[in-house]
Each structure stands twice: as C-alpha cells, then as structure tokens.
Design a protein around this ligand. Structure first.
Ligand SMILES: *Cc1c(COP(=O)(O)O)cnc(C)c1O
Length: 377
C-alpha cells in the first residue's frame, strides 16, 4: 500500500512534545539535578547491575522499591505505584480518570503533559487560568467544582514552570468540595519540603505524585511514584503497562531511595544557589523575577526569545523558553545549577542585557547583535 489511513481524529490537533533536547555547556533547561549520582553510589550501582538477569522480565510492581517507599511514607505497599517516570503515572491517571466525556481540570500555565494527555485520551480539559501572580483563582475553581461534574484535578505543587506553591488550606478545601480524584504533583517536594501526605488518611480522593528525576539525579532512568488510596492504585494497575519499570531502573531507584539522606547536602546547596540566582537576576535592569519554591526560577524579560537564543549561541547556556505559552509572554525558566553554572548564567545575562541597553541608548533598532527578529516576525 502506498498510503496509510489516518489515526484517531483527536491527534489532528496535537503536535509531538518538543523536549528541546539541545546540547550546551551549561544545561539549565530541564530542572535536573546538576550533579550526577555520587561516585560511591555509581560503584554500588555497577555492582547491582552486574547481577541483573537481563533475560527475565522485571517485577511488574517493583515490589521491593514499593515496600521501601511505603514504609518511608508510613503507608502500605498497596498505596504505592511506581512508574516509568512521573510522566507515565500522569498518563495512567488521565487514562483511568479521564477519557471521552470525562472532565479533567488543570491550572495553566502549568506542566504541559496534563493537557497533552487529556487531548490524547479525548478527555474534556477544563483549564482554570492562574491569576497574574500565578496563584490559583479559587473563585473560579470552586465555582467550577460546584457544577459537580469534574472527574480529575491535577495541581502541580509547587507549580512548574512558575515555582508557585498553593496554600495548603486551598488544597484541603478542594479535597472537601469534590469527590474528583485530586492529584497533587509534588515533583519538586524535596525542594519545597511541602507535602499533602498528612491529609491522605482523611481523603480517599487525594493522590500524590513524586519523581526521582529532579532532586535524586535519576532523570536518565525514568522513575516516579504515586501515593494514593489502595482502590485508586488498583484501578491504575488495570491501565498501566505491566513491565514499564525495568530492572535497571528498579535497582537504581532502590539504591537512591535507601541512600536519600546523601542528597540532603546537595539539595541545601541548590537552595542557596537559587537565592543567588534570584538575587542576581533581580539586580539586572529589565528583568522581572518570580519567587520560586522549586529548583528553577521563572523570569520575564523583553524579547525573551532572542535572549534565549543569545544565551545559547553566544554563551552556551541552555534555559527553557516559555514566551509562546499563554500567560507566560516574554518568560524564560532557568533551572538552579551548580554555583559555577549560576555564575556563568548571570554573567551571560548581564552581558546580553547591558549590550541591549547600549543598543537602545544609541538608537540601534535591533537589541541583539544579530538575527533578532526572525522568530518574532
Ligand atoms: C519533571 C516533572 C514531572 C515528572 O518527571 P518524570 O521525569 O517523568 O518523573 C512531573 N510533574 C512535574 C510538574 C514535573 O516538573
């Protein structure tokens, strides 16, 4: 056949997720831990990996990892589901609680996967835009919940890419106002140190998502987990891919989880680096910085796309460009790197911005040295 019939109609309005997988000397675009696993863990991992029976399928439920996560959180293994990254669990949640005719609620600007998964599953996505300061619009939220038809609510806390934390009282009010499944995405829990875990016993409709990709230096291996009522976990096991978490990932995630106190000092250092980053950005004329409870910082700068390009092309610093996202006009997001990376980023920003000021002063049309305009045209 010289042609293929099209897939589902829902895919027509979708475009492939562009993870912007570019290379740079200073990688500050994906909120990863800037440091690889500590050498001692790499050695132990090499040992564990040499004992894997590669010919055998992995344990579908990652039982031992699941038990350790449950114990650390004061829960039963039946309350834990491990996934191939938090992303897979988000997809499972939308597949099970969303779908045609079902209502999924999110709060843009937020993590893009919620909307992508809702579209892919033909769920009805209702978006409640955040206010100008990126807080949740409670009036709109509770008015929508009062209609009684919401099936799934996903709230990133702190929110990516804005860094905003939702007041705990708001989340409790949400849990009390609806029987929808409320997913609190705590991908940045290790940085914010805020969790809804204490509220699980009172709310069967609360699910908490965590990941190994951010604080725990394991983005490469894809591991995340969900804490929820056992009935929720049971439903999700109906739709999940049984062998999605491979043996390699299970071994590494177990090792890292058991040794997680090792990461405390890196996390504290990253929080100090975040303060340096926020302070440094706020000192640069023309830059507006938003407060953050995570390991990244959102900032607004005129001609953000060309600033993004200058950072990459002239300084080999990669950040994330959100300037085309509604509500994030002229916004870039920079992840918190090592002290040296933060220094390099700030020096690059100062250089770019001072050149722009000079160009503006001398009445030069283009604020950038070259190729400004093509993208905004
Ligand atoms: C990074 C991130 C995740 C999950 O990442 P995985 O690498 O798939 O575990 C989930 N939610 C938010 C808000 C994130 O930023």
């Amino acid at each position: 056949m010289d042609r293929v019939r099209p897939p589902r109609r829902a895919l027509e309005s979708l475009s492939p997720y562009d993870a912007k997988h570019l290379d740079a000397e200073v990688m500050l675009a994906s909120n990863e831990n800037p440091l690889n696993l500590p050498g001692e863990l790499l050695d132990r991992l090499a040992e564990a990996v040499s004992e894997i029976p590669y010919n055998r399928y992995p344990d579908p439920m990652a039982t031992r990892l699941r038990e350790e996560i449950a114990e650390a959180n004061g829960l039963e293994p039946a309350n834990v589901l491990v996934g191939n990254g938090g992303d897979e669990l988000i997809f499972d949640l939308v597949l099970a609680w969303g779908g045609p005719g079902r209502v999924v609620l999110d709060f843009p600007p937020t993590f893009a996967m919620y909307a992508i998964d809702a579209a892919a599953t033909e769920s009805m996505l209702v978006q409640i835009p955040r206010r100008a300061d990126f807080s949740i619009d409670d009036d709109a939220l509770f008015a929508r919940l009062a209609e009684g038809d919401v099936d799934l609510i996903i709230i990133a806390n702190p929110n990516n890419p804005t860094g905003t934390l939702v007041p705990e009282t708001t989340l409790i009010d949400v849990l009390n106002s609806t029987d929808a499944l409320v997913v609190v995405d705590e991908a940045y829990f290790e940085f914010s140190r805020h969790t809804m875990r204490p509220h699980m016993s009172r709310h069967a409709n609360l699910a908490i998502l965590r990941t190994f990709s951010k604080a725990f230096s394991l983005a490469a291996l894809r591991a995340g987990y969900l804490l929820a009522h056992e009935d929720v976990i049971r439903e999700l096991t109906k739709v999940r891919q049984p062998y999605s978490v491979n043996r390699f990932t299970q071994a590494a995630a177990r090792l890292v989880f058991r040794e997680r106190p090792v990461f405390e000092s890196v996390i504290s250092q990253l929080l100090r680096n975040r303060d340096v980053l926020v302070h440094g950005l706020s000192e640069i004329p023309g830059v507006e910085v938003f407060p953050s409870e995570a390991n990244f910082v959102l900032f607004r700068v005129e001609h953000a796309s060309s600033v993004w390009r200058d950072l990459l092309k002239e300084h080999s610093v990669l950040v994330r460009d959100f300037s085309r996202t509604p509500g994030l006009e002229d916004c870039l997001r920079v992840s918190v790197g090592t002290e040296d990376e933060v220094r390099r980023f700030l020096a690059a920003m100062e250089s770019i911005m001072s050149r722009r000021r000079a160009a503006a002063h001398f009445g030069v049309a283009a604020p950038s040295a070259r190729d400004e305009g093509e993208e905004r045209a």
